[in-house]
Design a protein around this ligand. Structure first.
Ligand code: DX5
Ligand code: ZN
Length: 221
């Protein structure tokens, strides 16, 4: 059973990023970096320069969630900046060239499914990736409500991955808190992204710990 916590810096104070990260460091297994281009999603956030600054500050796995129209144009820059892994949306079309490029660059290879996208969209690529990110909100903003219907997809993905004897980790992102983590873990998630539930809490570290405890109580991946 694995449970990994990935605080999403989207909900942190960008003017005090180092301090915010350090506060939750003891409960952080990865750091989730939401990259939005104002096209794939309406919101606009951060890119490789911020990843480079994060890399200077921390040895944590930098998990870059690319919500952009043209991830292929950015992978080299993210790798150079010190990203550990990138995830690209399968809604953009056949991810085969992106998977190959991520491998060449030594990045962890992730695919992402939006809430309406079925698991069948990634089935053919599961043996080529390290991580499957299942969105539990429609991407674009932090602080949205968890969509419980995606749990069925997590279950389906878990059974495909286990059935094929693959080591692909399942990450869940959106509306994860101490209230939703157990159900996500029970469905088979391994990595729990949480933004507002951690960084908007009075005690972000305690909140991250509660999410981990709840995930463990749900059985982990
Ligand atoms: C949403 C992002 C998420 C976001 C999660 O588009 O992909 O990573 O930061 O935020 P919370 O945990 O507040 O739902
Ligand atoms: Zn994300």
């Amino acid at each position: 059973m694995t449970v990994k916590i990935a605080p999403s810096i989207l909900s942190a104070n960008f003017a005090r990023l180092a301090e915010e990260i350090d506060r939750v460091r003891p409960e952080s297994d990865l750091l989730h970096v939401d990259v939005m281009d104002g096209h794939f999603v309406p919101n606009l956030t951060i890119g490789p320069p911020v990843v480079a600054s994060l890399r200077e500050h921390t040895d944590l796995y930098l998990d870059c969630h690319l919500m952009v129209d043209n991830p292929g144009d950015l992978l080299d820059d993210f790798a150079k900046a010190g990203a550990s892994g990138c995830t690209v949306h399968v809604e953009l079309g056949d991810p085969t060239p992106l998977i190959a490029r991520m491998r060449d660059l030594g990045l962890g290879v992730g695919l992402v499914l939006n809430p309406p996208t079925p698991v069948s969209a990634v089935e053919a690529y599961l043996d080529a990736i390290d991580l499957l990110l299942v969105m539990s909100v429609n991407p674009g903003w932090g602080g949205q409500a968890f969509i419980p219907e995606v749990l069925e997809k997590v279950r389906a993905a878990r059974s495909l991955i286990d059935g094929a004897g693959l080591a692909v980790e399942i990450e869940i992102d959106g509306g994860i808190s101490a209230d939703t983590a157990a159900a996500a873990a029970e469905a088979g998630a391994d990595i729990f992204v949480a933004g507002s539930a951690i960084f908007h809490a009075d005690d972000p570290l305690a909140s991250a710990r509660r999410i981990r405890e709840q995930a463990l109580s749900g059985g982990g991946g």
